[in-house]
Write a protein that binds this ligand. Structure first.
Ligand code: FPP
Length: 253
């Protein structure tokens, strides 16, 4: 039985986030330059987006470029940016065909005009699509997003906007993900056990799934395997296992 067949389609996570890692190591193992790994990483992006759309996942967030990634050699940064532009350009018709809407989080104003133009084009073109929402985290970091939210709250206060006591819900309304449910599942490839400044507020109760597979090797079945693993877990949100089962029993009566 394949992992795809094992998925309980009635209990899918609405939002899956992915830290795509291992492109550099994959290329090195093949005796190639890191950029070769990124080029092949695009195939894994395609596989993952298709798998998410086919399964009926509503939100897929991919960590494509962090605020820290600017520290990489300029040649690699340039290659990542041109891969982003060419992939968006080439894949826009496929996004349209599959009713996928592209969105972004991160400081996209800090990207070059060239990248900004292509992003805006694909975002505008796909804005009416109602299927999978594909969210690219670009020039993103979780701490940056939290600081930005605090700045926005400060600005509202200075503008005299009536203030309620700050709750988690109100704070979340100042994040870039305000209209997006928190991810239930976060996948990280390449055997690293880190969060790397990704969605720090949003992953408070997220199930974490780590796989040794390097990103360019990540296939649909790897994505389905992560969903099956997620579905075998018990999400307690601070409650005890007994409390959860009592609740389930009362619902079934
Ligand atoms: C991590 O591997 C990967 C990235 C920093 C970027 C991911 C980018 C792509 C797959 C290309 C284009 C993206 C889109 C959305 C079309 P790494 O370089 O950190 O690998 P390493 O840890 O082995 O060095």
């Amino acid at each position: 039985m394949t992992y795809k067949e094992k998925i309980d389609t009635g209990r899918l996570p609405a939002h899956i986030a992915v830290i795509m890692d291992g492109n550099g190591r994959w290329a090195k193992r093949k005796g190639n330059q890191r950029i070769f790994g990124h080029k092949n990483g695009v195939n894994a992006v395609r596989e993952t987006v298709e798998a998410a759309a086919e399964t009926g996942i509503r939100y897929l967030t991919l960590y494509a470029f962090s605020t820290e990634n600017w520290k990489r050699p300029q040649r690699e940064v340039d290659a990542l940016m041109s891969l982003l532009v060419s992939s968006l350009h080439d894949e826009t018709p496929t996004l349209m065909k599959n009713n996928i809407r592209l969105m972004t989080i991160g400081h996209t104003g800090g990207l070059s005009d060239h990248v900004g133009r292509q992003l805006n084009m694909t975002i505008a073109k796909t804005a009416g699509n109602t299927g999978l929402k594909l969210i690219l985290a670009l020039n993103y970091s979780g701490r940056w997003e939290i600081l930005r939210a605090i700045d926005l709250i400060k600005a509202d206060m200075e503008a005299g906007k009536p203030q309620e006591a700050l709750t988690e819900d109100i704070f979340a309304g100042y994040l870039q993900t305000r209209d997006i449910p928190d991810p239930e599942l976060l996948i990280r490839t390449s055997g690293e056990f880190r969060i790397s400044n990704f969605l720090l507020w949003q992953i408070a109760y997220t199930e974490l799934y780590f796989t040794p597979v390097l990103w360019p090797d990540f296939k649909k079945e790897d994505f389905y395997q992560a969903i099956v693993d997620f579905q075998q877990r018990e999400r307690r949100f601070g409650k005890t296992s007994e409390q959860l089962h009592q609740y389930e029993q009362s619902q079934n009566q």
